[in-house]
Each structure stands twice: as structure tokens, then as C-alpha cells.
Design a protein around this ligand. Structure first.
Ligand code: URA
Length: 230
């Protein structure tokens, strides 16, 4: 029986992702060569959130999950730094949140208790859609991030985030349009999940911005105590 081996230059995902602590998980993502995206990436994009002194996972109220790094994110090693990211930052500010990183200047009444990441940690070339095999390789990293971050609310932005997080809980998920997943509260590892439009889509479809605001309000209503003032 032939044994399936990774393509040349690729290596299996590091073992034991499900038991890793935050620094080990960061290192595993940074060195990951489990799919061909490692060949074309400039940087891996683990995610961004408050920096904790001892390097442990920040315990955040909110986790935002997008699709995959684009060109700007690949260069910066940080999620959502392009136009879609500006819109995301404005959406978060509207609910009293700002992304936290080493440079963040705290604003009065605004919380940095949010971690922003993507389903894929590496950029698909030419911003093509994630491939199912790539999503499957990256999925354990996102799962472990959720376990360690212990968010109180997950906002899934766009089809790929929704499908990744809800694949085990929603039957026939692939057949359900994103719009039909809105307005409900799902669970992933016990954490409430609200689905909304991807900011890049909202940049092209301004008419749906009001719906995205409804989604943010739903998320806030489900977890009304989650936003802590800084
Ligand atoms: N789109 C995403 O889904 N994630 C990013 O980080 C940037 C754009």
C-alpha cells in the first residue's frame, strides 16, 4: 500500500497542536509548512490582540475571524490592515472596541479585549479563495486559539469563517447562503458565534452595512456584559 507523503518542501503540521500553549502555537504557525501556501507567503499571520507580559494567551471578550491574509496582511504579518481592515476597525470602534497591539494608545471608554485572526494563517496567491485542503490544515490552529483565548463572543466574518466554525454543528452548511446564517446564535466549542458579512464585501455592497450593524447589535445583546471599558 503506497504511503501518502507531503509534497517536496512540505512537512506535516507539528504534532500536539491541541495541547500547545500560546507561545508554542505561535511558533508552530510561524514555522508551518503543511500546505503549499508556505511556498508563496512572505509572513504567516497569526492574529492580533492585547499583548500579555508573560507571552500567555490574552483572555479576550471578542474573537473576530476573517478569511485569509491578503497582500497587505502578508507583508505586515497582521490581519486586516488594508481597506477592509479600516472598515473592520471602524465597526469595532462603533461597539467600543479597538485592536490591541504593542503600539495601541488606549482610548477612554474603549476596550482592547478583542483578538482578530483568520481561518487561514497564510495568504492564498492572488487572493484566491481558500482551498478546502488548506482550510483543513489550518483548522486545528484556529481551534486551539479559541481554546486558549476563551472569548465570550465570536464574530465570523464571511462564508469561509462561518463554514469553518459551524461545519460540525449545522447540517448541509455548504448549501446555506451566508445571509441565511445571519440573525442566529450558533456555538463553537461552547462559545456563542454570530455570522456577518465580510468587510471586503461590505466595501462593495454599501447597502448591506446596515445589516452588518444589526449583526453587531445581536452579538452585543447576546453577550451584553462582554465589553469592558479600558
Ligand atoms: N480579509 C480577511 O479575511 N482577512 C484579512 O486579514 C484581510 C482581508
Amino acid at each position: 500500500m503506497p504511503v501518502s507523503r507531503p509534497a517536496p518542501g512540505l512537512q506535516p503540521r507539528p504534532a500536539g497542536v491541541d495541547r500547545m500553549d500560546w507561545p508554542a502555537l505561535q511558533a508552530a504557525v510561524a514555522g508551518c509548512r503543511a500546505c503549499a501556501l508556505c511556498e508563496s507567503r512572505k509572513n504567516t499571520v497569526f492574529g492580533i490582540g492585547p499583548v500579555v507580559a508573560d507571552g500567555a494567551a490574552p483572555q479576550v471578550d471578542w474573537l473576530i475571524v476573517g478569511e485569509a491574509p491578503g497582500e497587505n496582511e502578508d507583508l505586515a504579518g497582521e490581519p486586516f490592515v488594508g481597506q477592509a481592515g479600516k472598515l473592520l476597525d471602524n465597526m469595532l470602534l462603533a461597539i467600543g472596541l479597538q485592536r490591541g497591539n504593542v503600539d495601541t494608545v488606549p482610548r477612554a471608554g474603549v476596550s482592547t479585549s478583542v483578538f482578530i485572526t483568520n481561518v487561514l494563517k497564510c495568504r492564498p496567491p492572488a487572493n484566491r479563495n481558500p482551498d478546502p485542503a488548506e482550510v483543513a490544515q489550518c483548522e486545528p490552529y484556529l481551534k486551539r486559539q479559541v481554546e486558549l483565548l476563551q472569548p465570550k463572543m465570536i464574530l465570523a466574518l464571511g462564508k469561509f469563517a462561518a463554514q469553518s466554525l459551524l461545519q460540525d454543528s449545522v447540517p448541509e452548511l455548504q448549501k446555506i447562503p451566508l445571509g441565511k446564517l445571519r440573525g442566529q446564535v450558533f456555538r463553537y466549542l461552547g462559545v456563542p458565534v454570530v455570522v456577518s458579512y465580510h468587510p471586503a464585501y461590505l466595501l462593495r455592497s454599501l447597502g448591506d452595512k446596515a445589516k452588518a450593524w444589526d449583526d453587531l447589535c445581536l452579538a452585543m445583546n447576546v453577550a451584553p456584559t462582554v465589553v469592558r471599558s479600558a
